[in-house]
Design a protein around this ligand. Structure first.
Ligand SMILES: Cc1cc2nc3c(=O)[nH]c(=O)nc-3n(C[C@H](O)[C@H](O)[C@H](O)COP(=O)(O)OP(=O)(O)OC[C@H]3O[C@@H](n4cnc5c(N)ncnc54)[C@H](O)[C@@H]3O)c2cc1C
Ligand SMILES: NC(=O)c1ccc[n+]([C@@H]2O[C@H](COP(=O)([O-])OP(=O)(O)OC[C@H]3O[C@@H](n4cnc5c(N)ncnc54)[C@H](OP(=O)(O)O)[C@@H]3O)[C@@H](O)[C@H]2O)c1
Length: 245
């Protein structure tokens, strides 16, 4: 494994648990939607103590400053340390980005649905800031489901993307302008389609799902009831997923 040392230039804290790291100096070539392993040494200067985890790039590929969006998992070995990084600190970035949550793997359609929970919005923020979705799909919908309204992050980025339809869900408090509850229920009862003003149907839609593995499973089941199935290279379908754990 080839590790590139990057320098933290910013660690923005959105809430006590949510943070965005910007990292300079680690040059990567990747397709929007991919992830890379990032790492810290648990004991300073001891490479044997290095702990690495995959993180999706938030920045589009043409931006040389890497950006990662994370949440503190209190009992996790890496994320609490990432949240404590300060400008000037070193973060190691693997030289080999990977992942199939990319538009080059997707068939064309009328509507592209990018559906996320929590930090699962990260790869979609990269994809949305490239030209491909706008060239290939007539409509693009970003769905972001979070527990609390304060976790609806990156508003300034999202609001600056012309033509994007943005649907929010907040599950643990009432929030004006956001749907209540979870994504699978909003698929089943038609609220997601009504909020976007678009049909979520096999004839017109490609869906990318990212985030909580239970959401991926439950949403895939709800989409399956509409005749949508997993997309595979050899058996084209409508649903492409990436699980964060
Ligand atoms: C392909 C891929 C891409 C990923 N991209 C991101 C990303 O962009 N941002 C990010 O924050 N994480 C991302 N993750 C998860 C990340 O790799 C780590 O698991 C996470 O940062 C926690 O690390 P940890 O060492 O503290 O705890 P771990 O030991 O890695 O995780 C412990 C537990 O925390 C929970 N958990 C892990 N990640 C999350 C999460 N993102 N949100 C809520 N609960 C979680 C799970 O229950 C997991 O079992 C990604 C994972 C994969 C497989
Ligand atoms: N979010 C926080 O305030 C916070 C603070 C400190 C630490 N953490 C850490 O982060 C972890 C959780 O992170 P998170 O809040 O970003 O992620 P999350 O638990 O995946 O919740 C994000 C959204 O996904 C929804 N969801 C969960 N299971 C689903 C399913 N099966 N189908 C559809 N939607 C589903 C949740 O709804 P529900 O609300 O209905 O579950 C919520 O709206 C915790 O385990 C903890 O370690 C979180």
């Amino acid at each position: 494994m080839n590790w590139l040392p990057g320098k933290v230039v910013e660690n923005r804290h959105w809430t006590e648990a949510l943070f965005s790291l910007r990292v300079e100096g680690a040059q990567l070539s990747f397709e929007a939607g991919q992830f890379v392993r990032i790492a810290l040494d648990m004991e300073e200067g001891n490479e044997d103590s290095r702990v690495a985890r995959p993180f999706s790039m938030v920045n589009p590929p043409h931006d040389p400053v890497l950006e990662f969006y994370g949440i503190v998992v209190p009992q996790g070995p890496l994320s609490p340390r990432l949240a404590r990084l300060a400008p000037g600190d070193t973060l190691y970035v693997a030289s080999n980005p990977a992942g199939f949550l990319v538009l080059s793997e997707l068939p064309d359609a009328e509507t592209l649905w990018l559906i996320s929970t929590g930090t699962g919005i990260a790869p979609f923020l990269s994809i949305l800031r490239t030209e491909a979705p706008w060239r290939r799909y007539r409509d693009v919908v970003l769905v972001h489901a979070v527990r609390h309204a304060r976790e609806l992050v990156y508003r300034e980025v999202i609001e600056n993307i012309p033509r994007l339809k943005y649907v929010r869900l907040v599950s643990r408090e009432e929030q004006q302008g956001a749907l209540a509850g979870r994504i699978p229920a909003a698929v089943r009862d038609g609220r997601l389609e009504a909020a976007a003003g678009l049909a979520l149907a096999p004839a017109s839609s490609q869906v990318m799902l990212c985030g909580n593995p239970d959401m991926l499973k439950d949403t895939s089941a709800a989409l399956g009831e509409r005749g949508m199935r997993k997309h595979r290279r050899r058996a084209p379908g409508h649903i492409t997923v990436e699980s964060f754990w």
